[in-house]
Design a protein around this ligand. Structure first.
Ligand code: ADP
Ligand code: NA
Length: 336
């Protein structure tokens, strides 16, 4: 049982990144390692070059992402945490799989069509072959399970098609080279909205810092941002249906529920009928209680580039050891 999952390195991480992405990784790690399974988590820095990017930012974002993951609970001793670029077997296997992947299969990928838009001639070749690298990312480790959201289902299907065709064409039935990974649907991730506008996603690209809780915010900043968060004048309803048409209220209740590990219904059972004058301080305190320890560790780690590099180097060493046998078997099967 082996899970492989990747995330694009980004910097300036915020509450939306934590509740929408990082926390699921931590949960998977805890659940899988308790059952003797293994989690490989990688930063998809090779994928990042498929779009225009600034090299110094990519390097900084990769480190920030590691700092965030570790401070939020990814344990580099229990999970294998690494970045693709330090495991050259990813790029090597992609090339070998390019011989098996069909143009027609890639042409059908909806994400390629969406991202390239009308400017297909100007899109990078990497953007087009990105799903083959994704296939290499998981097949390289004989992943048995891959967590996939709705937008990634098609890419995992492609990875299975590539694995199956390769096994058919180049391996015997008794000794397939690749394991066909099964999808697992991650628990529904919270979608966190801006504190200034309940209809916009909380995002690092919002120019207003008051719109988001950053993973670097201290207790005072968190309390101030929650206090200033946009709301309406009505008290909270006691039923979830009463949040309809009240995006800001729904967002704050959703954040409370996600942080407390409970449901919106349960939050409203406690706070229904109360105004934001009562709810906001409670929400702020909950956020401070849960985030402050992570934020402190994040700030500390971010400042220690050597420690971050050491974590990545150690993870890459473990990942390479797992990758080499599969890569060797692939070369051999191809007569290389
Ligand atoms: P941003 O929108 O701040 O640029 P990214 O696009 O870099 O964030 O997202 C990184 C990860 O965090 C993705 O898995 C994404 O789904 C998740 N994420 C980002 N913003 C939110 C949000 N507001 N709510 C839930 N998840 C989010
Ligand atoms: Na974004």
């Amino acid at each position: 049982m082996r899970i492989v999952s990747g995330i694009q390195p980004t910097g300036n991480l915020h509450l939306g990144n934590y509740l929408g992405a990082i926390r699921n990784w931590v949960r998977m790690q805890d659940e899988w390692s308790a059952q003797g399974g293994e989690c490989l988590y990688f930063l998809a820095d090779l994928h990042a070059i498929s779009m225009p990017h600034v090299p110094a930012e990519l390097a900084a974002n990769t480190r920030e992402m590691v700092a965030a993951l570790v401070s939020c609970g990814i344990d580099p001793d229990r999970s294998i945490l690494f970045n693709q670029a330090q495991v050259p077997q990813h790029a090597e296997l992609q090339w070998l799989l390019n011989g098996t992947a069909r143009m027609g299969w890639l042409n059908r990928m909806t994400q390629w069509k969406d991202k390239a838009g009308k400017n297909r001639e100007g899109a990078s070749v990497a953007l087009y072959t990105y799903p083959v690298l994704q296939a290499a990312d998981v097949l390289l480790y004989q992943a048995t399970h891959v967590p996939v959201g709705e937008d990634q289902k098609q890419h995992l299907e492609l990875a299975r098609d590539i694995a199956q065709k390769f096994n058919n064409d180049f391996a015997s039935e008794e000794k397939p080279v690749f394991t066909l990974p099964d999808p697992i649907i991650p628990p529904e991730a919270a979608r966190i909205m801006s504190l200034r506008d309940g209809t916009a996603k909380m995002s690092k690209s919002d120019p207003s810092d008051m719109s988001r809780i950053n993973l670097t915010d201290d207790a005072d900043a968190i309390m101030a941002k929650v206090k200033k968060a946009k709301t309406d004048p009505e008290p909270l309803p006691s039923e979830k249906a009463g949040l309809e048409g009240r995006p800001e209220a729904a967002n704050l209740v959703g954040i409370y529920a996600a942080m407390a590990g409970t449901s919106a219904e349960a939050v409203l059972a406690d706070f229904g009928g109360k105004g934001f004058g009562a709810f906001k301080p409670a929400l702020g305190e909950l956020l401070v209680e849960r985030l402050a320890p992570m934020a402190a560790r994040y700030r500390e780690l971010r400042a220690d580039g050597e420690a971050l590099d050491a974590i990545l180097a150690k993870g890459a060493l473990k990942a390479r050891a797992l990758a080499v046998p599969t890569l060797n078997a692939t070369y051999a099967a191809l007569g290389l």
